[in-house]
Ligand binder design. Structure first.
Ligand code: TYD
Length: 433
């Protein structure tokens, strides 16, 4: 048994750390079909999250012992293959676990799940580094109180059990520790209060406020996405956002030119086809001015609040479009931007790699080009060349992805590579604490 001199916080998994209904619902449906039972509707399916499977299949599906065993086998087979990853980390949970770790709390997970599913889920979503101990059900240990006792460290000054069902509250009480009912999960306030919850929280933020009052949030991250007009950025931003949500990263979107009230006003001026007399120098300085505001008003505060800021274009666009396209020169544009950026660079920049001829074909499908999109093919050839120079100068930061692939294939590659970077960065930050 581990030792702990401070505080221990033990979490249930499903409905507390992760929103696991998609996988669990799919597996209950699969099990019902496998034994020829009627498939429950969505409301009835919610009951299956939390209680032990043997109890649920008998109590809710009305199966006899032998059929319930077969249903459980079918459930587990699908669950271990795919169901466990049809899951989402609740927004805020990543931030909470990182904060607890930084404070030096002992963090445990106690679940009624059998086998190695819990570890696989925590590993898959990159949460394991923030958890000291995991304890699951076994054939000999299926009562929640025993699972909680097994994960609790010795000698802690204070211990809490956080869960979303009555089993968690009852188990915590029986183990002699205090309990927090997570009303945002699958139980109800009434269920949790009746089971004797010491505290109930309506949201993950309320849980953070209760467990870590006044604590500084861990640092978030800044990401940007770049590419020629027509490279498919909008689709990829939507796909990446969904993947980041699933992992529990809290995402704020922004764009350049724009992102702030002043930035959006500058955007109007820069992109308006009614400003044909704008010189290349004016254009470069206006982009940089909007960026100076963006960095200070939005990018830095968002990252400091623990969120991931995902920006559609940043300083690389200026270097490529004004430095390359308008021929101001890469170094001159970097110099113009030095004060605007002031050292704030993305942790990672996704570059959608498409050549300018293919991008042009895609753009032809779009209506009414803005002042930049209306530029010549030679202009975009220079933009592409300048991007290549930037990638060559800073290969660590860029994640270069072949944009001629189908969007979903590209989306998976981008999500996997970006999430790997974010998880590494979190680890690095937590080891620096
Ligand atoms: P936008 O409509 O946002 O295009 P896209 O969807 O392709 O990003 O318009 C932004 C245009 O501004 C785009 O053509 C690239 C250009 N741009 C620059 O020339 N320099 C810059 O610094 C930035 C941020 C954008």
């Amino acid at each position: 048994m581990a030792l702990c001199s401070g505080r221990a916080v033990i979490f249930d998994l499903d409905g507390t750390l992760t929103q696991s209904e998609e996988g669990i619902f799919n597996c209950v449906r699969h099990a019902a079909r496998a034994v020829g039972a009627p498939v429950p509707d969505d409301t009835a399916l919610r009951e299956y999250i939390g209680p032990p499977l043997a109890y649920s299949f008998r109590a809710f599906m009305g199966l006899d012992d032998e059929t319930a065993e077969r249903a459980i086998a079918a459930f587990r087979e699908r669950y271990h293959r795919v169901g466990l990853f049809e899951n989402r980390v609740y927004p805020g949970i990543r931030r909470l676990l990182r904060t607890l770790k930084a404070r030096g709390d002992y963090v445990g997970v106690a679940t009624g799940k059998h086998g190695d599913a819990t570890r696989r889920i925590l590993d898959h979503f990159g949460l394991s580094p923030f958890i000291d101990s995991v304890c699951c059900a076994t054939d000999a240990r299926s009562e929640k109180v025993d699972i909680i006792r097994a994960v609790l460290p010795e000698n802690c000054r204070e211990a809490w059990m956080v869960g979303d069902r009555r089993f968690d509250m009852e188990g915590g009480k029986a183990a002699g520790i205090r309990t927090i009912g997570a009303v945002y999960g699958y139980g109800t306030l009434e269920e949790l209060q009746k089971a004797g919850a010491d505290v109930c929280v309506e949201s993950v933020q309320a849980l953070i406020d209760f467990l870590c009052p006044g604590e500084e949030p861990p640092r978030g991250a800044f990401l940007s996405i770049e590419g020629l007009d027509g490279s498919g950025k909008s689709t990829q931003i939507a796909l990446l956002t969904d993947a980041l949500d699933r992992w529990g990263f809290e995402v704020t979107h922004s764009r350049e030119p724009g992102g702030t009230r002043i930035g959006e006003m500058l955007r109007e001026i820069i992109l308006s086809p009614e400003n044909p007399e704008m010189t290349a120098e004016t254009e470069a300085l206006l982009y940089a001015a909007g960026r100076a505001q963006h960095v200070r008003e939005l990018i830095r505060p968002t990252v400091a609040s623990g969120r991931v800021l995902l920006c559609d274009r940043y300083v690389d666009s200026s270097v490529a479009y004004q430095g390359g396209g308008r021929q101001l020169g890469v170094q001159r544009v970097l110099d113009i931007n030095a004060m605007a950026v002031d050292g704030t660079l993305p942790l990672a920049t996704v570059y959608l790699d498409i050549n300018h001829e293919a991008a042009l074909k895609r753009r032809h499908a779009a209506t009414s080009p803005d002042r930049i999109e209306a530029e010549s093919d030679a202009f975009f050839a220079r933009v592409e060349q300048a991007y290549r120079e930037l990638i060559w100068r800073d290969p660590e930061r860029f994640i270069v992805v072949d944009a001629s692939q189908p969007p979903e294939v590209m989306g998976e590659e981008i999500a996997q590579r970006v999430i790997q970077r974010l998880v590494e960065d979190e680890l690095h930050a937590s080891s620096a604490c």
